[in-house]
Design a protein around this ligand. Structure first.
Ligand code: NAP
Length: 311
């Protein structure tokens, strides 16, 4: 029987692991097959306190992983396939193996949203990418398109200018959603052009991408843009499928919780992007991971009849 199982290996799950491990709960953490979450796809983390020069997402993750293990968190790079939250203890399945736990922290994050247009699936890995840090290097002196108008699109578009000869940022409206500081930086960058009021209807190519078909939503005019690569950054979808019917969710699939990260099931807590539709920062994920961990500690202490500071 585990005290606490944490599902998710991004900043939220790892922060919860550090806190519960330091409280001697010996947390068991299932990170999925590739730990780190979206932060490992980020080239420069420059708004997390304590790193005035910025830090790469991968380096940040490595430090956090080291820190959690140092305090005794047991990290398993396995994917949770099912949960049963109908009674205590909760059951967590990894394939045929079943684990039991008193408390559960859900920090399963979200995955990149897809355009769902012809060519996107066919050319993924052949010119279509969802990660500039991973694939930017392949587009040295090439012309690439970035789809989206949020912080990710501009952040990643700016990063791609290190490699590409030209970066066309294509956005469906005429106003960007990204923070002003990123908009200003992108507008000052001579390699970036903005194509606004435009949707991409199809990604074109034979073996690899060689263009895209786009439509101006104001004029209705359609044209082809020759291009070597397409980077899609149009937001994220919460990874909450295994909790369907067991935890209360919003219409968009984010798990509902109160300000203390309690879900609709007592003993199940959430942290990070799986609950946070609005802020989605590393710092806010670490914050909610902290709260979820403290609440899980209180829950386990109460079950054992132990005193907990502040109670
Ligand atoms: P986002 O803020 O949700 O922006 C998604 C963008 O994609 C929007 O511009 C949206 O257009 C567009 N879009 C959505 N669906 C589309 C579709 N089907 N076709 C075409 N365009 C579509 O997502 P994000 O940029 O990934 O950012 C996610 C969160 O992470 C945000 O809270 C952001 O602040 C945060 N973040 C922060 C940083 C940073 O602080 N440096 C960096 C990266 C991400 P509309 O504008 O028309 O809706």
């Amino acid at each position: 029987m585990e005290n606490v199982i944490i599902i998710g290996g991004g900043p939220a799950g790892y922060t919860a692991a550090i806190y519960t491990a330091r409280s001697l709960l010996k947390p068991l953490v299932f990170t999925g097959e590739t730990p780190g979450g979206q932060i490992t796809l980020t080239n420069d983390l420059e708004n997390y306190p304590g790193f005035p020069e910025g830090i790469s997402g991968i380096e940040f993750f490595q430090k956090v992983d080291q820190q959690a293990k140092k305090f005794g968190a047991r990290i398993e790079n396995k994917f949770v396939t099912a949960v049963d939250l109908s009674s205590q203890p909760f059951k967590v399945s990894v394939g045929k193996n079943e684990y039991e736990s008193r408390a559960l922290i859900v920090a399963t994050g979200s995955s990149p949203r897809k355009l769902e247009i012809p060519g996107e699936k066919e050319f993924t890995g052949k010119g279509v990418s969802f990660c500039a840090t991973c694939d930017g290097f392949f587009f040295r002196e090439k012309h690439v398109a970035v789809i989206g108008g949020g912080n990710s699109a501009l952040d990643e578009g700016l990063y791609l200018t290190r490699f590409a000869s030209k970066v066309s940022i294509i956005h469906r409206r005429n106003q960007l959603r990204a923070d002003q500081i990123l908009q200003d930086r992108a507008r000052r960058n001579g390699k970036i052009e903005f194509i606004l009021d435009t949707v991409v209807e199809e990604i074109l190519g034979s073996d690899t991408v060689d263009g895209l078909r786009m439509k101006n939503v104001q004029t209705g005019k359609t044209e082809n843009l020759p291009i070597d690569g397409v980077f899609v950054f149009i937001g994220y979808i919460p990874n909450s499928q295994i909790f369907d019917g067991q935890l209360e969710m919003t219409d968009a699939g984010y798990i509902k919780a109160n300000s203390r990260m309690h879900t609709s099931v007592e003993g199940v807590f959430v942290a990070g992007d799986i609950h946070d539709e609005l802020y989605r920062q590393v710092s806010t994920s670490c914050g909610s991971g902290t709260i979820a961990a403290i609440e899980a500690e209180k829950f386990v202490a109460e079950m054992e009849g132990r005193a907990y500071p502040g109670k």
